[in-house]
Design a protein around this ligand. Structure first.
Ligand code: 26A
Length: 372
């Protein structure tokens, strides 16, 4: 290791930090399964909907929620009346597929809970295509989770029935075969939706990362996580080496944490996230906030300046739908981390993969494969 990182970080040149990170990552990138991801595997039931359909089920045009009993008929209605397509989903599984799309076979492993059914088989087929290894906890008593996706224009409304995904547990993570994969990995990526399922598993990965100077990445994933799952989210925050969210999740975080900055001041929120207390003081935290077509905002713990990286806009006519755009961004970003790329390249890789994904149906990536 070329250098020991010590506080205060701003006394160390960004070049020194970057070269140290690149060294560690180059080591990681050459071995199998350096990246391990955890969250909720879901099958997306996606269709173009109408304002009336949103109204009927009390859905906002651009939102992500957990289904309540009133939403149960939505899935059949999408399938029967709206020509819905079945597409592999689950936010962090989309990210894991995206990272695997870039990194290639045997580099990414994904954990989560599914049922013993044909929906799980659809997921297994989709991950095979990009060389992603999945280690599902198969629950014979519950079906694979579903996410109803209602597309209206460039908005997407997500309504999730977690089912088997809700039964993921620490026993699975700590079982010898899976824990070997955890010990082997150098990077962990946790989708924020998992805070509704198994916070102890998230803590276990965070602790493992901090104790061994590995890299722990958390995506906030949805405004309701920052709002209603604040306690488990905050319990994990000391472990965050990277925190990724979008502007509405940032606003929800600022509000629920009573930050003394405006909910629309994205650079100030990024700075606040980056400077939360941190367990592993060997490397500064990085906060990354995406804002659709507006620039991606990046703050580094201890640094005064907050950087902004404009996105390369594509022709609106080329957009298929934005379901999974944020997941794809995270996939490109973490693939860059694993490859030891500089921060600005990781951001560019995230933006590149998001751009590819929004041109596909749902959270998918183009084939034949394109290279960054
Ligand atoms: C617990 N919840 C609500 C969820 C999700 C989810 N993934 C995991 N847990 N709600 C929606 N998604 C996924 O988000 C992707 C788009 O970002 C959908 O399956 C969709 O593929």
């Amino acid at each position: 290791i070329p250098l020991r990182l010590q506080r205060p970080y701003n006394k160390i040149s960004p070049h020194q930090i970057a070269s140290s990170r690149r060294y560690l990552s180059a080591m990681a990138a050459t071995k199998e399964f350096p990246l391990l991801c955890l969250e909720n595997p879901l099958l997306d039931i996606q269709a173009v909907g109408t304002e009336d359909l949103l109204k009927k089920y009390n859905l906002k045009a651009n939102d992500a929620i957990l289904a309540s009993p009133e939403h149960v008929p939505l899935y059949d209605e999408l399938l029967n009346n709206y020509d819905a397509k079945l597409i592999a989903g689950g936010a962090a599984q989309n990210t894991a597929r995206g990272a695997s799309y870039i990194l290639g076979d045997q580099k990414v492993v994904y954990l989560g809970g599914v049922g013993d059914d044909k929906y799980a088989d659809i997921l297994r087929d989709a991950v095979k295509q990009v060389g992603l290894r999945v280690e599902y906890r198969v629950d014979p008593a519950h079906p694979t989770g579903r996410c109803g996706v209602v597309i209206t224009g460039h908005n997407r409304s997500l309504c999730t029935d977690l089912a088997a995904a809700n039964h993921y547990d620490l026993d699975h993570l700590k079982s010898p075969r899976i824990w070997d994969l955890v010990k082997n990995a150098e990077f962990y990526y946790v989708g924020g939706y998992h805070f509704t399922v198994c916070p102890p598993a998230i803590q276990a990965l965070g602790e493992e990362a901090a104790a061994n100077n590995k890299t722990f990445v958390v995506n906030v994933s949805a405004p309701f996580i920052a709002e209603f799952f604040k306690d488990p989210l905050d319990a994990s925050s000391p472990y965050w080496d990277y925190v990724i969210c979008n502007e509405s999740e940032a606003a929800a975080y600022a509000k629920s944490h009573s930050l003394s900055v405006s909910e629309t001041d994205v650079p100030a929120i990024a700075k606040a996230l980056a400077n939360l207390p941190k367990a592993n003081a060997k490397k500064p935290r990085v906060a990354v906030i995406t804002q659709g077509t507006l620039p991606t905002v990046v703050a580094v713990q201890g640094a005064d300046d907050v950087k902004q990286y404009p996105v390369h806009a594509i022709d609106a006519a080329k957009i298929n739908d934005t379901n999974g755009a944020g997941d794809a961004f995270a996939g490109g970003f973490v693939a860059g981390l694993v490859q030891g790329k500089p921060l600005e390249t990781c951001v560019d890789m995230g933006q590149w993969l998001a751009r590819l994904s929004i041109q596909e149906l749902g959270p998918s990536y183009p084939f034949p494969k394109q290279s960054y």
